[in-house]
Design a protein around this ligand. Sequence first.
Ligand code: DSN
Length: 420
Amino acid sequence: MTLPHPALSAADPELAALVGAEEQLQAETLRLIPSENYVSAAVLEASGTVLQNKYSEGYAGRRYYEGQQVIDQVERLAVARAKALFGVEHANVQPYSGSPANLAVYLAFAEPGDTVMGMALPMGGHLTHGWGVSATGKWFRGVQYGVRQDTGLIDFDEVRELALKERPKIIFCGGTALPRTIDFPAFAEIARECGAVLVADVAHIAGLIAGGAHPSPVPHADVISTTTHKTLRGPRGAMLMSREEHAKALDKAVFPGLQGGPHNQTTAAIAVALHEASQPSFRAYAQSVVANARALAEALLDRGFDLVSGGTDNHLILMDLTPKEVPGKVAAKALDRAGIVVNYNTVPYDPRKPFDPSGIRIGTPSLTSRGLGTEHMAAVADWIDRGVTAAGKEDEEALATIRSEVAELMSAHPAPGLAG
Ligand code: DSN
């Protein structure tokens, strides 16, 4: 199923064909990358509007360009909805994406060379939490915590000890491969003890928080940073939220500190997504994402898979394929050929290299958006199991069989935004 794009097809058939091919790929495959989702048709429409045509440097009522009669209302609406949904005093909806949002936090609260602390990338953290190859690890002194090797869980005694020794200006909690609930009060206590600004990077779980399926970082974190396109199911963008006391510093850091004109079409689509996330149906969605992940984790454990931390509390499962003797990248590429889209990922204490690691990372936001429920998770686990086995044996026929089975189930569950 592809959508009609009459103007695009007439003006640029080559590009229109590529868009159609991507629509088909997204419709036919089982997308398990935990940071991806399907936006609604309404979000898709809002992000493709004439709001695209406006420059709006500044903030509502304080712009450097005229003609903002409508844009100001769009941004105010998005801000008001973010504040209401997350229960925060201040929201900035202008960051282009998660990495610029986090950079703005550095600009607001630290000077180059200052010490910052975050979870190490190979342990499940994010590049922008002070990891060495990122600007945040080059321009700041990043110290990193991890998880315990025996449990796969954060050891708060270790985090406290490191924080009190290193005295970071900023502590980040949250990350990209964390299958367990983030203990915001525990991080807040440590940040208070060492006088650090606590930033909860909830990019992965923002939708779960909005839907009441994960505890909120409010009032524990000083700053909340999030993208808008993962479990929150909005367009590719980001937000920074805080108490009023930090509003000025954050706003100044985003603009003029780091960015120019906001992407107004994205702001509009964020507003739509926030409206959708405030509906009762979104609460049900968030609960279902977690229920599906738990059911999938159980089904994988039943099939002998090794899951980091032994399971999941949220939308994400990190699988260590070492016992299966199939490298993560080999498995991910084979599953892709089978119509199951995952990403290869390091696991904590991974002896292999990041570009060829031991694990794969999967999650349930996208399949839940298509209406799949716990009753489907045994089949999903079975496909992953057969796919990993086929990867080890280079059995292309088995992968092709899985692909047709996946496509059949997907055709019975049309994806939001692609249903025509
Ligand atoms: N790329 C995001 C993710 O996949 O988790 C993090 O930046």
